[in-house]
Design a protein around this ligand. Structure first.
Ligand code: CP3
Length: 345
């Protein structure tokens, strides 16, 4: 059913299904990006969104960490707010800040003014994914989208937020507006994933980076049904679905139940504690991203503990417990990749 049946037996895809693997597969969130000098070079004078809409650049940037580290999966170079930009929302990604929205969404009329996403809005995504699957050969490509809550936070706050106070005020105080907004975003995110899989992505990851701001009760009532719709549409495409959030130790069971095949675990939760919470699902994670700044033997000892904890799971994909920090030494990530791929199972 996937566009690349030849990748079915790759270590990464086998692990997502909980099948035996030759080695623990490894990739890193934000493996492409500012930690790589070759990234900084090709991005010189080119804005973030502009880069995401340039297929040639997307292929090059996505390939950079694959060439350098030999990781078991590539992650498509894009951003969670790119589909909003593609449908006409006035936003930018400011260096060192993140996504900034010119006119924050506050009313039902604001929500209704956001168009739905069709494949015709993102021809450059189709072109980039097609180019990538050709270049990647035996390495699977992970497509991704932002989950409704995390994307809603940028739209409602107008930019990055610690407390997500306006977003949660809408969630608690204007349920009809909230429901309309979450339906709008879930439709856009699902359509964005469908475009990537139709063009050849072998798996998808739904990023709900800020879901950790919610209690389990509010997550379950106001957020989970919308994420579940995105994951259901992705599931219909026959590719494994990874569901990741930050600070979500008390949400892991629900995030699995939302329809994930693999639950991404951030570094604050010991992997051994996460495994029983996700039931019959694989896990992804979760080395503290700052451990790459420790001496190599300290880093690899901790990585070994993560791999050992992963044995109890249905399947385990090794990753950091959040994105690569821009000041990371790529040579250290190379050593980490080799350590994981040669760790005896
Ligand atoms: O290698 C990869 O992981 C693929 C690319 C990727 C980017 N953004 C590229 C990017 C992915 C998967 C994302 C997802 C994303 N974007 C998330 C979810 C993942 C997470 O980290 O929790 C979120 C919350 C965003 C929103 C966003 N976009 C932020 C917070 C930032 C960083 C702002 C900054 O400058 O510190 C961005 C910009 C961004 N997206 C960069 C990259 C490589 C940095 C911009 C640059 O290089 O100029």
């Amino acid at each position: 059913m996937t566009a690349r049946p030849d990748l079915h037996d790759s270590a990464f895809l086998r692990a997502t299904r909980g099948e035996p693997v030759p080695h623990t597969p490894v990739w890193f969130m934000r493996q492409a990006g500012r930690s790589l000098p070759e990234y900084l070079k090709v991005r010189e004078g080119v804005g973030m969104l502009e880069s995401c809409m340039n297929p040639e650049l997307v292929v090059e940037i996505t390939m950079q960490p694959v060439r350098r580290y030999g990781v078991d999966a590539a992650i498509f170079f894009s951003d969670i707010v790119l589909p909003l930009k593609a449908v006409g929302v006035d936003l930018d990604i400011k260096p060192g800040v993140g996504p900034v929205v010119a006119e924050p969404v506050r009313t039902l009329a604001d929500v209704e003014a956001i168009p739905d996403l069709t494949p015709d809005d993102v021809p450059f995504i189709t072109e980039a994914v097609r180019g990538l699957v050709g270049e990647l050969g035996a390495t699977p490509l992970i497509g991704f989208a932002g989950a409704p809550f995390t994307v809603a936070s940028y739209l409602v706050e107008g930019g990055p937020s610690k407390e997500h106070a306006r977003t949660k005020a809408m969630m608690f105080g204007a349920p009809d507006v909230w429901d309309a907004l979450m339906r709008k975003i879930s439709g856009i995110s699902a359509a964005y994933l469908e475009v990537q899989v139709a063009a050849g992505a072998s798996a998808v990851q739904l990023f709900d980076s800020w879901a950790g701001a919610l209690t389990p009760r509010d997550y379950e009532t106001h957020v989970m049904p919308h994420s579940a719709r995105v994951l259901e549409r992705a599931g219909a495409l026959g590719v494994p679905r990874i569901h990741f959030g930050v600070g979500t130790s008390n949400l892991l069971t629900l995030m699995g139940e939302a329809g994930a095949d693999v639950v991404g675990v951030d570094w604050r939760t010991p992997l051994a504690s996460a495994v029983p919470l996700v039931g019959d699902r694989a896990v992804q994670g979760n080395l503290d991203p700052t451990l790459v700044f420790a001496p190599t033997d300290v880093m690899t000892a901790r990585a070994g503990e993560v791999i050992e904890a992963g044995r109890a799971a249905k399947g385990h994909v090794f990753n950091l417990g959040h994105g690569v920090i821009p000041s990371t030494d790529p040579d250290q990530l190379k050593r980490l990749t080799e350590f994981v791929q040669t760790y005896p199972l």
